[in-house]
Design a protein around this ligand. Sequence first.
Ligand code: ADP
Ligand code: ZN
Ligand code: ZN
Length: 747
Amino acid sequence: MSGVVQVAVPAPLRRLFDYRWEGERPAVGARVRVVFGGRELELLGERELVGGRKMVGVVVSHHPASAPRDLYAISETLDDGNLFGDALLELLLWAARYYHHPLGEALHTALPQALRRGAPPRDPTRRRCLRAVEIDGGGGAPDLARAPAQARIHRHLLGAGWVEAAELRRQFPNSSGALRQLLEKGAVEAGLRPLPPAPQDAPPKEDAPRIKMNPQQLAAADAIAAQDGFASFLLHGVTGSGKTEVYLDAAEKCVAAGRQALFLVPEIALTPQLVARVRARLGGTVCVLHSAMPPEERYRAWWRARAGEAAAVLGTRSAVFTPLKSPGLILVDEEHDISYKQQDGFRYHARDLAIKRASIEGVPVVLGSATPSMETRHNALAGRHRLLALERRGGQAALPRIDFIDLARHRPVEGVSAPLLRALRQRLENREQSIVFLNRRGFAPLAQCVRCGWQALCERCDARLTYHRGAEEFRCHHCGAAGRAEMACGECGEKLFLIGAGTQRLERHLREKFPQARIRRLDRDQFPGQAQLARELEAIGRGETDIIIGTQLISKGHDFAGVTLVGVVNSDQGLYSADFRAPEYLFQQLTQVSGRAGRARAPGEVLIQTAHPGHHTLQSMRAHDFESFAGRCLDERRAAGWPPFSHIALWRAEAARPGAALQFLRHAADVGRKLRESADAPRVQILDAVAAPMEKLAGRHRAQLMVRSARRAPLHRLLREWCEALEADPRARRARWSLDVDPMEMF
Ligand code: ADP
Ligand code: ZN
Ligand code: ZN
């Protein structure tokens, strides 16, 4: 038997490659090792690829034609069947097409590292172990007396029970001969033993207290539970309305029915607090998946999910690609969060893929948010999502009162105005907790010469350097560059002035003002790792802090009962931005951070410092009126032709040489305009190529080109032909370029 298969290889090429197989036909979805690239040579009458690289590809389809003799053969078939499973493979094929991303790379994204590298699909949750067998009822079997090496190992194993084979080899080096003989004699037996579960995979210690859901929560939970087969729900609930309770109830029922729940959360919200809550509620094995996990651990979680051993998978963006043996439900918390959009490489949106996946798997999907994205809201209004509303906070708590501090009337000192200081003092007297939110790390975002106006700028980016106290460094928050802070002007040598406040400066100021208070600063500088941050958040939960100064690190998901005041130091950056999504992001962020106030019995208050208290976005915020905000936002987008009333894609390019990226995209725009007719996409709008808003980043010059269409199909027809044309275009090698479908960030 022989034939031809089409293989996707992990290379930046949007096409498949044919290979010949002989013997057993490799399954679609199986990994194969193939030689790729290289030069063709005629060797002993056979054509062969020489100097090519071995790559791990995936079989995508079988070719009906019989194999031509001169087609290169697969070197090795690595899997017996479809490694991904039918549904997940279908999702990945769809996603690669939709995002116009090379399929081989997309498929690799979904695999654990070991499998990407071609490891055999061996159960990583079990290890080869050995143990002693008692011979003739006695520990020291007579015939081992003449083999001291064997006797030593045997004695050791008798006392130790099952020992991992690798561990035994470490303890008894050069003992493979002795071990083989022990196995042959039947004095030692081998077996695959499950690894002890990782601490976070262990079953819960105690039962979580049950919350009695309110009528709206019950109605939502019932609607989800009653759904058999695909449907998408929008769970729109104000902050603290108990959305998590609804997710958990739905997941619990799904698990009780013997099916698996997939629960996606934003990067920053995957806290040990949440993991513990899910685990306690669902029992069984809950596998956690996120990008910072060691590859081995990820692989085990992936395997348990695929084998059906995991009752639920809780993870961030990439967990949407977890294989599931018997899926029953998909949950997407904070569906509006932009961490669901991958910002480089395979630029997929995990929320959109979650919906697609649910439809392929035939299971319900629930999108939850206090501030749904305009896309999701639009879809809900159009009837594509069923709306489940939670209009009140879950327990006794009311929504916080929101007020503005007009910065024109109250000049801030070190970032803080007098009314905010007064409010903080009052909470200290009441022994209540406060959060002061400032989304800017470091001490000061700008260092400027008092005489000539020179500013400390990053050499590699079009950006100012932030001064960090303690380390005494200037750091670039865009490329990560850091260097000793010289506080003298680069032009005239005069002293530099530090302008503006970051969290460090705020901390110093509040410590001066409130020397008795327990003040903690929470940002990435202070807590680079998850574990420490988790401990700190727990301490805050126990009331061990009076004032918490934090960046967005504290804005999401946390449930601190003692916090009654949230102060927002600076919210104005988003008000008059050129990005059409800026108001939406601002509203989301302010809602999230405000939502930390007054979650328990004591009423909460939010004070927002702003120079524009009359701005309609802020006014809707104050009234907790998402409806009016969203209505206006959608009206503006409709008038300007932005999504969700159009579909956009963004070509991005970058190059070391100034101007090269822009030049390439101008050329790309010409190519695209010429293709519009043949692609039957005459009405797709191709804007002008422009420099990126921050043109230089990490030493590379960037440009972008927007493409927009009222309808999706012609846009994608054009993009498909356009990608092909550029891949074949020699000028396309002068810049690094990529395509971002449904871009979320415009810089
Ligand atoms: P959300 O995810 O909507 O922000 P959470 O699910 O975190 O809200 O719930 C907020 C708080 O309200 C939690 O402390 C939760 O225990 C509590 N809670 C939720 N539902 C109820 C309810 N029906 N009765 C009492 N407390 C509730
Ligand atoms: Zn100067
Ligand atoms: Zn930089």
